[in-house]
Write a protein that binds this ligand. Structure first.
Ligand code: SF4
Ligand code: SF4
Length: 434
């Protein structure tokens, strides 16, 4: 039984390793140069709006597109545009990028607090802010908020689960910016006409539960829901079921079940943007791993190189494996000159490859992958179907429902790359137009 028929949530128990949970977020020194990708979101990439030699200010828009399914990008430093180039991002995508030489003055663009009287003003402001889902997926926030059948929505679910090992950046947001979380929730509920809000958070974060609980007492429509610490508690369909009891059916959106879900850091940023008008130009990230001498939570200008962040934290010299994001869903960093983007919530550096990545041996048909899957899939059979390029069988086994949580790979005693194969299988179906 699984989430799909609403009976039970599977998932796995993972090491938490939340070593940085008490580390207050501190800024890293301003980099001399930032490389700001035009593709930091799901959807259509932006085009550069600046040329080599232009002077830019902090928060100035430097990339956009006429397409709605995109989020504009802004400069995180003041300085001079040094180059327009193409780079490869963690995860392997290619993107145009604007390289800016920082002048160290951090002169701010004259931001204006958005004037908002209607829901449409709100969606426009959210797009202007450059906000994308900060949980890692990078879906443009205004696209999600401007759901066309808004009257079908009644509930906001805020994802504060942060179930990936090591990462504590959302947790620090709950502790350090609880008022912003509350204000952001109030704004979304107001403009979307929602009547309930559930903040889903794992029980292993008692301080954050208490802090949010106290602040949210001011509005009886908002409830903090402590949940078992079980991976992937923060997966969209899982969290919606766990907090509201509603099932998001195969092939449908959370909105079809009346629910809007937002990451807690996205919500907090939104409140700050509505107050100050300063767009998304920095990320709060966790830096940790066996190679890191000064693990912690850091605020990092978007576009800073991963190498510079790790060097500052004493985690570059000894690193043999670097991840952008967590060990379950993050991407391996092939080149440390890659920049920190809007969707990066952690950098992990290890002296030796973690045992999250075993070398694969033959499947022993133990069934653990099926037992672990929160979506009720059969990952072993899916791998077999992918290896045979059997698209009919991939469809029959509903590979498109895979949320890429990595639970199956994590529990597999044979170290099979099950989750990774599903990514390839979904690509295969897309290419064949299935
Ligand atoms: S990665 Fe996909 S198949 Fe594997 S456990 Fe998660 S949802 Fe199931
Ligand atoms: S967990 Fe691994 S070994 Fe066990 S059935 Fe699944 S693929 Fe095979």
């Amino acid at each position: 039984m699984s989430l799909l028929n609403g009976k039970r949530i599977n998932g796995v128990t993972v090491r938490h390793d939340k070593n940085t949970k008490n580390a207050v977020t501190t800024p890293i020194p301003l980099p001399q140069r930032v490389t700001i990708p035009m593709q930091q979101h799901m959807g259509v990439p932006c085009k550069p709006l600046v040329e080599v030699g232009d002077r830019v200010l902090v928060g100035q828009k430097i990339g956009d597109t006429e397409h709605l399914f995109a989020a504009p990008v802004h400069s995180s430093v003041s300085g001079e545009v040094e180059a327009l180039t193409e780079i490869v991002l963690p995860g392997g995508k290619r993107s145009q990028a604007v390289v800016i030489h920082a002048d160290g003055k951090q002169e701010e663009f004259p931001h204006k607090t958005p004037t908002i009287t209607t829901a449409q003003d709100f969606f426009t402001a959210v797009r202007r802010s450059g906000l994308v889902g900060l949980g890692g997926a990078g879906f443009p926030a205004h696209m999600k908020l401007a759901y066309k059948d808004v009257e079908r929505l009644d509930t906001l679910v805020v994802n504060a689960a942060e179930c990936e090992p090591y990462i504590t950046s959302d947790y620090r947001t709950c502790i350090e910016s609880a008022e912003d979380v509350f204000d952001g929730i109030e704004a979304v509920m107001h403009f979307l006409g929602l009547t309930h809000c559930f903040i889903g958070i794992e029980k292993n974060k008692p301080e954050a539960i208490e802090k949010l609980g106290k602040i949210c007492k001011a509005d009886s429509r908002i409830r903090v829901v402590p949940l078992p610490a079980r991976y992937p508690q923060g997966a969209e369909k899982v969290l919606i079921y766990q907090t509201t009891g509603r099932t998001v059916r195969a092939g449908s959106l959370p909105a079809d079940s009346g629910v809007m879900m937002q990451n807690v850091s996205s919500i907090a940023f939104l409140a700050d943007y509505l107050r100050r008008g300063r767009p998304l130009i920095e990320r709060f990230i966790t830096v940790d791993g066996t190679a890191v001498e000064r693990p912690g939570n850091y605020s990092v200008p978007v576009g800073t190189s991963i190498r510079e962040v790790l060097e500052y934290c004493g985690g570059f010299e000894k690193a043999t494996q670097i991840l952008s994001g967590g060990p379950m869903m993050g991407s391996a960093v092939a080149d440390p000159e890659m920049p920190v983007t809007k969707t990066c919530n952690a950098l992990l550096a290890f002296t030796e490859p973690e045992d999250f990545a075993l070398s694969a041996t033959d499947c022993i048909r133990c069934g653990r992958c099926t037992a672990a899957c929160p979506m009720g899939l059969r990952p072993g059979m899916l791998e077999d179907a992918y290896d045979k390029r059997d698209t009919a069988q991939l469809r029959a086994l509903s590979v498109t429902l895979c949320v890429g949580c990595g639970s199956c790979s994590y529990v597999c005693p044979a170290g099979r790359p099950l989750s990774q194969k599903n990514v390839l299988a979904k690509d295969l179906l897309r290419k064949e137009g299935n």
